[in-house]
Design a protein around this ligand. Structure first.
Ligand code: PBG
Length: 327
């Protein structure tokens, strides 16, 4: 054949492929979401998230020392709250001696150079299992935002470097920014869950925290999976209200949303590689259906190629280890 262009020349060997690779991934770009539980010396394996555990604060602190060696320096904390401490207002979220308060204080003290991200939403603390306050079956927006702003200020005071509103109420980014600034927390950053979809891929996460809604679903606040245009609207609002980073969640079924937000964003874009996406690969690998490490890397690279600057992923330690070994 007389061919002028033979694209295969650029794929001839590993050296040429590495030379021209368009996308890269480093451990420094990863944020590791971790689950917390009460007590000491606790390491509770999670059945629907193979390889992930709920840790008590003392164990988590030791683990962080270990994960640091692989280049990880960002952790998102998710506390499991006992059912007996939940109420309709999610008051436990403001408890100065609660699990998250203790965790942030101790971890920040023991790992001052590490950044800790606290989730702002009522669901782990609410007896209704919703991200906002429920009244007569309705999720109240403005009343919820007031509580969420209080929650964010507390988290900042306990040592959170970032607060991450995952609730999808309208106007919460602006309200939280204002509340933080009023209390002098001008250095606390906001990672906004900007395009968060009503997704079945959160299943294992809700199992890990026993935080599933007791009634109804989250479709009146989380986005409709059929919509993309709406994500641009959410992004513009969150940026105008002061978000320091915007996030797309889940990631795998929403790569087009990552791509679109990256086109218009003035702030970095994060992708949340959620619990169900992690579980799919882990269970498929366990069943011998695919190579888990390779599938993980391919998926993470896909987020980066779509435009994600950073990735929240339960694969963080595994991916970081592999990346360090490949160096
Ligand atoms: C809580 C929250 C959820 C996740 C992160 N923060 C669940 C939900 O909205 O129901 C899901 C993360 C995951 O599945 O990995 N607002």
């Amino acid at each position: 054949m007389k061919l002028i262009s033979r694209p295969r020349r650029n794929r001839k060997n590993q050296q040429i492929r590495d030379l021209i690779a368009e996308t890269s991934l480093t451990p420094q770009q990863l944020i590791y979401p971790v689950f917390l539980c009460e007590g000491k010396a606790q390491e509770q394996a999670l059945k629907t998230l193979p390889g992930q555990c709920r840790y008590s604060v003392d164990v988590l602190s030791k683990k962080i020392s270990h994960w640091k060696e692989f280049g990880l320096s960002h952790f998102a904390l998710f506390p499991q709250i006992d059912e007996s401490k939940k109420d309709p207002q999610g008051k436990e979220a403001l408890n100065e001696n609660g699990l998250l308060a203790q965790a942030l204080k101790q971890l920040k003290d023991q790992h001052p150079e590490i950044s800790f991200i606290a989730d702002v939403a009522l669901d782990p603390y609410s007896s209704d299992g919703h991200d906002g306050v429920v009244k007569n079956g309705q999720i109240l927006n403005d009343e919820s935002v007031e509580l969420l702003a209080k929650m964010a200020v507390k988290q900042a005071a306990w040592g959170a470097d970032w607060v991450a509103p995952s609730d999808m109420m309208d106007g919460r980014i602006g309200a939280i920014r204002q509340a933080l600034d009023q209390e002098g927390f001008t250095e606390t950053a906001i990672l906004a869950y900007t395009a968060k979809y009503a997704s079945s891929f959160y299943g294992p996460f809700r199992e890990a925290l026993a935080s599933a809604p007791k009634a109804g679903d989250k479709k009146t606040y989380q986005m409709d999976p059929r919509n993309a245009q709406e994500a641009l609207r959410e992004a513009r609002l969150d940026m105008a209200e002061g978000a320091d980073m915007i996030m797309v969640k889940p990631g795998l079924a929403y790569l087009d949303i990552i791509y679109r937000l990256k086109q218009i964003s003035e702030v970095p874009v994060a992708a949340y590689n959620v619990s169900g996406e992690y579980a799919m690969i882990q269970f498929a690998a366990q069943a011998g259906a695919l190579d888990g490490d390779q599938a993980m890397m391919e998926m993470l690279m896909g987020f980066r190629r779509a435009g994600a600057d950073t990735i929240l992923t339960y694969f963080a330690p595994m991916a970081a280890k592999l990346l360090m070994a490949a160096k």
